[in-house]
Design a protein around this ligand. Structure first.
Ligand code: PLP
Length: 458
């Protein structure tokens, strides 16, 4: 067997990693992750890591669940692949579509499968435009999204996303996609000192009405859909004010605009309901999902299509010329069915809602007194700490070493995987986490904040 150094050399020589600085990787080497159990990972040096990010927000049921492994094994033996093109189907894909219809809000009775969340969002772009064509309103072409959103890395996904640096690298967005600002009060206050006294709920209405303003500016007859993550994830776990989504719903209803919820992170229990739109109180026409649908054990994504759009596609549409080789992949769908049954049987969503979600909120609140922490936010088992350099005195980090990256470095060295987004530190642990494991995570977080604080003062 190869050792760490050999893995690192082969990695640097041949593997172009996603979202990675190639030069830094070649210079420093990767950490090679070799196995996992529950919510712990081990690297090739035998070091244990507490995975407070569920991989990439996806391993909802934790690592090593035998029911998922068995479902994959059985399906691989029985029928490892067949497609769903041209009027064929496999039992796992049918079963999953049926189960999703049961678990999602009542307007959803149909699923369209993809291989990833990005492809789900590409599907949304084509599907909403197709819908409006069939409705005889072909001018409704524009999708409105938000700054700092993340909707994936394909051309449409990255266009819907609001990451300016991603747009710059790909000549994006593609035509017909426009952005409004995100509902993030701390950022709004930074830009407008006059907003210091604004409360969260007032701000939620202001932020939602940026949508109305944009719709009126473009002309409602040209707007096809609005898309958003119920809680922005990769943008830094930005939990919107409670007033935000109901007002977005009102505006979409008023101008007859399709409302799309990107549930790739928030789906399948993360926020304490099955779907983030339920936590935030809105009723989407379409919903993209991926990640937690299989707990990341195998790639799968898709779009839940509400009856309004589904009926039009089915009754007026004929062939929808869109799909992927792996749309409805039988092994992926079999794993998803086993995963969703496990979430249901173990009442993980209820646990997040009633027990570990509130406990995380309570524990995070105790960090608000730390000299490096300016604000804390949680929604179910998503949490963010806003690190405020100012609070730690006047010795700023070097500009090439943002405070989040310094903190993340300490976490990584201390055996805790947390994510840094600018000056926000993020957790999204597996839904199976216990209170004792939250305590263990909190002790690591406190220790790493102290180490980071010591750096500020050095
Ligand atoms: N949408 C959201 C909200 C996401 O967080 C992500 C991935 O992080 C995606 C879409 C893209 O999903 P995938 O990486 O499976 O293409």
């Amino acid at each position: 067997p190869r050792g760490t150094a050999q893995w690192q050399a082969a990695d640097a020589a041949h593997f172009l990693h996603p979202f990675t600085d190639f030069g830094a990787l070649a210079a420093q080497g990767s950490r090679i992750i070799t196995r996992a159990e529950q919510l712990y990972l081990w690297d090739s040096e035998g070091q244990r890591l507490f995975d407070a990010m569920s991989g990439l927000w996806c391993v909802n049921v934790g690592y090593g669940q035998q029911a998922l492994i068995d479902a994959a094994t059985r399906q691989l033996q029985q029928l490892p692949f067949y497609n769903a093109f041209f009027q064929t189907a496999t039992p796992p894909a049918i079963e999953l579509a049926e189960l999703l219809a049961e678990l999602t809000p009542p307007q959803f009775r149909h699923a369209f499968f993809t291989g990833s969340g990005s492809e789900g969002n590409d599907t949304v772009v084509r599907m909403v435009r197709r819908y409006w064509d069939l409705q005889g309103q072909p001018d409704r072409r524009i999708l409105i999204s938000r700054n700092n959103a993340y909707h994936g890395s394909t051309m449409a996904g990255a266009s819907l996303g609001g990451m300016k640096s991603m747009h710059a690298q790909g000549g994006l967005p593609i035509p017909g996609i426009v952005h409004i600002d995100q509902p993030y009060l701390a950022a709004y206050r930074r830009q407008r000192p006059a907003a210091a006294g604004l409360d969260e709920e007032e701000f939620g209405l202001i932020a939602a009405r940026w949508l109305e303003k944009k719709v009126l500016e473009l002309g409602p007859h040209r707007v096809a859909a609005f898309i958003g993550e119920p809680v922005q994830g990769a943008g830094g776990v930005i939990v919107p004010p409670a007033s935000y989504w109901p007002e977005i719903q009102r505006i979409c209803d008023r101008y007859d605009i399709l409302l799309v919820s990107d549930e790739v992170i928030t789906g399948f229990g993360r926020t304490g309901h099955w779907f983030g739109c339920e936590t935030q109180g809105f009723r989407p026409d379409l919903m993209t999902f991926a990640k937690g649908v299989t707990s990341g054990y195998i790639p799968l994504g898709g779009v839940m299509v509400g009856e309004r759009v589904a009926r039009t596609l089915i009754e007026l549409g004929g062939e929808f010329e869109h799909g992927y080789t792996y749309s409805g992949h039988p092994v992926a769908c079999a794993v998803a069915v086993a995963n969703l049954q496990l979430i249901r049987e173990q009442r993980l969503v209820e646990r997040v809602h009633d027990d570990v979600g509130p406990y995380l909120a309570e524990q995070f609140a105790t960090l608000a007194g730390h000299p490096l922490v300016g604000d804390v936010q949680t929604s179910g088992l998503m949490g963010a700490l806003l690190l405020v350099r100012e609070a730690a005195g006047q010795s700023p980090f070097r500009p090439d070493q943002p405070v989040g990256m310094v903190c993340r470095g300490h976490c990584f060295a201390q055996g805790l995987i947390m994510r840094a987004v600018g000056d926000r530190m993020i957790v999204a642990p597996p839904l199976i986490i216990s209170r004792a494991q939250i305590d263990e995570m909190m002790a690591l977080i406190r220790h790493c904040l102290d180490l980071t604080l010591a750096d500020v003062h050095s």
